[in-house]
Design a protein around this ligand. Structure first.
Ligand code: EPZ
Length: 417
């Protein structure tokens, strides 16, 4: 298994470039199943999760080409509506094929997603919404069996704001007869980008950017060519690297509107931000000020930047708290950060962080995607050498993160294992 060896180094400067958003591309890939023919997605980075999704679509019968910066998906011949355990257990987002398959083929068999490093992650809201649209759902031998002769519009209220359930329901409702209304829908930029993709394919969805969405069912959808939005979590990770740095850096090709909560918090820590179109220059303060974080659904502070921001707070003056209301147990990085001599204690589900002058390099282990990004940042900040093992987690969602960070002055070496 590959690992990173990271030498202390925060003498960062220059431009760092953001790739397309994994969490927008995954549902867009599944959406391609809805329209027979060849769709093309642009601004697609090289990520393990996207390879896993491509594999799944091929199993279902689609023809997928994954090249440099693009993916083409021809779903003319999809005929095998099954997401097997071996793929769903690798990547929970495989559940995104459920809505499109029921909508297009009238049936789907999707392995029930199991445990996850960041907490219990039920799919009850996905299933309830599909049932409301007229599908029958049975759970048998670890599989979700969904069937529907036809889907019919419904009014659906989500008890909890869920990105996945909102997107899966949208992808089913586009073919439902009548007008479906979704209440308390998620408003993450990845939901908006899926709406844009579906509307370009011929769907009739209104209410984008709000918690109430209206979907007027249509009879046909058509293949499209679609550029993917920039990855706000990758951009946020790089901005946090900039906050830790000794000099200004510029994060290029992001959408600042997707990053409001983070930018606000970075200003509270004393960082100066200059926004010019899609580029953000961050100038770090002499001393980072502590601040408190509470993760919330968009436009709140994203759970996917919680671990990285925790690292910044480890280097801040004073005491800060971090609470994750989306995944309350998403704190496996805390024990690893403590190995680097961070001063963090957990009180119930709240991390209480006392800033330290220096972190100290050590061997640490990545536990999930965002935790591994946090450990890379911590390794750059720590005096001496840090090794981060199990970095396959980071390759799931960051395209060559070490090359990108090295291009602005980090000292990260990938050891192929
Ligand atoms: C998406 O997961 C992202 N994944 C996650 O990013 C992200 O952390 C999460 O949204 C929150 O922003 C993808 O987009 C592929 P949710 P998702 O449904 O859709 C509860 C990363 O690092 N819930 O919005 O699975 C759930 O337990 C990943 O890139 C139910 O109770 O998240 C959580 O508390 C990790 N029942 C809350 O809702 C359900 O049926 C929000 O989860 C579904 C969710």
């Amino acid at each position: 298994m590959d690992k990173f060896t990271i030498e202390h180094g925060l003498d960062l400067s220059g431009n760092i470039y953001v790739s397309g958003a994994k969490n927008a591309i995954l549902p867009s890939m599944a959406a391609c199943l809805l329209a027979p023919g060849k769709s093309i997605l642009r601004n697609v980075p090289n990520l393990i999760d996207l390879k896993t999704m491509a594999h799944l679509l091929r199993v279902i019968g689609a023809r997928v080409e994954y090249g440099e910066g693009f993916m083409s998906i021809d779903s003319k011949d999809v005929c095998y509506p099954e997401a097997p355990y071996e793929l769903v257990s690798k990547m929970r987002a495989s559940i995104y094929v459920l809505g499109p398959l029921v909508a297009r083929l009238g049936k789907a068999r999707v392995s029930f997603p199991g445990g996850c490093a960041i907490g219990t992650r039920p799919v009850d809201l996905h299933l309830k919404a599909l049932e409301a649209l007229g599908a029958t759902i049975e759970i048998e031998h670890g599989y979700i069996n969904a069937k529907a002769d036809k889907l019919v519009a419904a009014d659906i209220y989500f008890e909890k704001s869920s990105v996945g359930a909102t997107i899966n329901t949208l992808m089913a409702a586009v073919y439902a007869e009548g007008t479906t209304r979704l209440y308390n829908a998620a408003m993450e930029p990845e939901v908006d980008s899926t709406i844009d993709m579906l509307n370009k394919m011929g769907a009739k969805i209104t209410g984008k950017g709000s918690t109430t969405l209206e979907i007027e069912g249509v009879k046909d959808l058509f293949p499209v060519e679609m550029p993917m939005i920039p990855d706000r979590i990758e951009a946020g990770t790089f901005l946090i690297a900039g906050a830790l740095s000794q000099n200004p850096i510029t994060v290029c090709g992001c959408n600042p509107e997707h990053l409001t909560a983070l930018l606000d918090k970075l200003r509270e820590t004393g960082c100066k931000l200059d926004i010019l179109g899609a580029d953000i220059t961050i100038t770090p303060p002499e001393t980072i000020k502590s601040t408190n974080i509470l993760t919330l659904p968009h436009p709140g502070f994203p759970t996917d930047l919680q671990a990285q921001f925790t690292v910044l707070m480890c280097m801040a003056e004073g005491i800060s708290t971090v609470e994750d209301t989306i995944f309350p147990d998403r704190f496996m990085h805390v024990a690893e950060l403590s190995r680097l001599q961070a001063d963090i204690r957990m009180e119930r589900n709240i991390a209480i962080i006392k800033g330290v002058k220096d972190l100290s390099g050590a061997e640490v282990m990545a536990t999930d995607l965002r935790a591994s990004a946090a450990l890379v940042l911590a390794g750059m900040a720590a005096k001496g050498t840090t090794t981060v093992s199990r970095i396959y987690h980071i390759d799931r969602g960051y395209d060559r993160i070490e090359e990108k960070l090295n291009s602005i002055g980090a000292k990260i070496r990938r050891e192929i294992g």
